[in-house]
Design a protein around this ligand. Structure first.
Ligand SMILES: O=C(O)C(=O)C[C@]1(C(=O)O)C=C[C@@H](O)C=C1
Length: 119
Protein backbone atom coordinates (compact mmCIF):
# COMPACT_ATOMS: atom_id res chain seq x y z
CA UNK A 1 0.00 0.00 0.00
CA UNK A 2 1.17 3.57 -0.87
CA UNK A 3 2.38 5.56 2.06
CA UNK A 4 2.42 9.35 2.23
CA UNK A 5 5.82 10.62 3.28
CA UNK A 6 5.43 14.34 2.79
CA UNK A 7 2.66 16.90 2.55
CA UNK A 8 2.43 19.77 4.95
CA UNK A 9 1.31 18.64 8.36
CA UNK A 10 0.49 15.04 7.48
CA UNK A 11 2.49 12.46 9.39
CA UNK A 12 4.99 10.46 7.33
CA UNK A 13 3.98 6.87 6.71
CA UNK A 14 0.26 7.63 6.71
CA UNK A 15 -1.90 5.70 4.29
CA UNK A 16 -2.60 7.94 1.25
CA UNK A 17 -6.37 7.74 1.48
CA UNK A 18 -6.22 8.58 5.18
CA UNK A 19 -3.87 11.48 4.43
CA UNK A 20 -6.24 12.71 1.69
CA UNK A 21 -9.20 12.58 4.07
CA UNK A 22 -7.21 14.46 6.72
CA UNK A 23 -6.25 17.16 4.20
CA UNK A 24 -9.88 17.51 3.04
CA UNK A 25 -11.14 17.77 6.62
CA UNK A 26 -8.44 20.31 7.45
CA UNK A 27 -9.46 22.36 4.38
CA UNK A 28 -12.98 22.53 5.77
CA UNK A 29 -11.68 23.38 9.25
CA UNK A 30 -9.61 26.22 7.75
CA UNK A 31 -12.71 27.58 5.97
CA UNK A 32 -14.77 27.35 9.15
CA UNK A 33 -12.02 29.06 11.19
CA UNK A 34 -11.89 31.86 8.60
CA UNK A 35 -15.68 32.24 8.84
CA UNK A 36 -15.49 32.37 12.65
CA UNK A 37 -12.83 35.11 12.46
CA UNK A 38 -14.91 37.14 10.00
CA UNK A 39 -18.10 36.69 12.05
CA UNK A 40 -16.28 37.74 15.22
CA UNK A 41 -14.81 40.79 13.45
CA UNK A 42 -18.34 41.84 12.41
CA UNK A 43 -19.65 41.22 15.93
CA UNK A 44 -16.88 43.38 17.43
CA UNK A 45 -17.64 46.15 14.90
CA UNK A 46 -21.21 46.17 16.27
CA UNK A 47 -20.14 46.04 19.89
CA UNK A 48 -17.65 48.90 19.38
CA UNK A 49 -20.62 50.99 18.20
CA UNK A 50 -22.61 49.84 21.25
CA UNK A 51 -19.64 50.86 23.42
CA UNK A 52 -19.57 54.36 21.92
CA UNK A 53 -23.36 54.68 22.30
CA UNK A 54 -23.16 53.57 25.94
CA UNK A 55 -20.27 55.95 26.68
CA UNK A 56 -22.10 58.86 25.01
CA UNK A 57 -25.21 58.24 27.14
CA UNK A 58 -23.49 57.28 30.39
CA UNK A 59 -24.82 53.72 30.28
CA UNK A 60 -23.02 50.95 32.19
CA UNK A 61 -20.64 48.75 30.17
CA UNK A 62 -22.34 45.53 31.28
CA UNK A 63 -26.01 44.59 31.04
CA UNK A 64 -26.40 41.39 33.09
CA UNK A 65 -30.12 40.99 32.25
CA UNK A 66 -29.33 41.06 28.52
CA UNK A 67 -26.51 38.56 29.08
CA UNK A 68 -28.87 36.18 30.89
CA UNK A 69 -31.23 36.24 27.90
CA UNK A 70 -28.34 35.76 25.43
CA UNK A 71 -26.95 32.80 27.38
CA UNK A 72 -30.38 31.15 27.62
CA UNK A 73 -30.93 31.63 23.88
CA UNK A 74 -27.44 30.40 22.94
CA UNK A 75 -27.71 27.33 25.17
CA UNK A 76 -30.99 26.44 23.41
CA UNK A 77 -29.44 26.98 19.97
CA UNK A 78 -26.45 24.86 20.98
CA UNK A 79 -28.65 22.06 22.24
CA UNK A 80 -30.63 22.03 18.97
CA UNK A 81 -27.35 21.99 17.01
CA UNK A 82 -25.96 19.14 19.17
CA UNK A 83 -23.24 21.38 20.55
CA UNK A 84 -22.43 21.24 24.25
CA UNK A 85 -24.49 24.10 25.80
CA UNK A 86 -21.92 24.55 28.58
CA UNK A 87 -19.26 25.13 25.92
CA UNK A 88 -21.51 27.63 24.10
CA UNK A 89 -22.09 29.48 27.37
CA UNK A 90 -18.37 29.57 28.17
CA UNK A 91 -17.57 30.88 24.68
CA UNK A 92 -20.20 33.64 24.90
CA UNK A 93 -19.01 34.65 28.36
CA UNK A 94 -15.43 34.80 27.04
CA UNK A 95 -16.48 37.04 24.14
CA UNK A 96 -18.68 39.26 26.31
CA UNK A 97 -15.88 39.74 28.87
CA UNK A 98 -13.69 41.09 26.05
CA UNK A 99 -16.53 43.34 24.84
CA UNK A 100 -17.01 44.77 28.35
CA UNK A 101 -13.26 45.47 28.49
CA UNK A 102 -13.56 47.37 25.18
CA UNK A 103 -16.62 49.29 26.48
CA UNK A 104 -14.68 50.31 29.59
CA UNK A 105 -11.73 51.46 27.47
CA UNK A 106 -14.03 53.59 25.30
CA UNK A 107 -15.76 55.08 28.37
CA UNK A 108 -12.34 55.79 29.95
CA UNK A 109 -11.14 57.53 26.77
CA UNK A 110 -14.29 59.69 26.71
CA UNK A 111 -13.81 60.61 30.38
CA UNK A 112 -10.14 61.42 29.74
CA UNK A 113 -11.07 63.76 26.88
CA UNK A 114 -13.77 65.45 28.99
CA UNK A 115 -11.28 65.91 31.83
CA UNK A 116 -8.81 67.55 29.45
CA UNK A 117 -11.43 69.91 28.03
CA UNK A 118 -11.25 73.51 29.33
CA UNK A 119 -14.46 74.62 31.10
O1 LIG B 1 -25.92 44.53 24.34
C1 LIG B 1 -25.15 45.21 25.03
O2 LIG B 1 -25.57 46.02 25.88
C2 LIG B 1 -23.71 45.05 24.88
O3 LIG B 1 -22.95 45.82 25.44
C3 LIG B 1 -23.19 43.89 24.07
C4 LIG B 1 -22.92 42.68 24.96
C5 LIG B 1 -22.51 41.56 23.95
O4 LIG B 1 -21.33 41.43 23.66
O5 LIG B 1 -23.41 40.87 23.44
C6 LIG B 1 -21.79 42.99 25.87
C7 LIG B 1 -21.98 43.39 27.16
C8 LIG B 1 -23.29 43.39 27.81
O6 LIG B 1 -23.22 43.00 29.15
C9 LIG B 1 -24.28 42.63 27.03
C10 LIG B 1 -24.10 42.28 25.73
Amino acid sequence: MEKSSDGPGTPAGLDESVAAELVALRDSIDNIDAAVVHMLAERFKCTQRVGRLKADHDLPAADPARETRQIERLRQLAENAKLDPAFAEKLLNFIIAEVIRHHETIAGERLGREGARPE
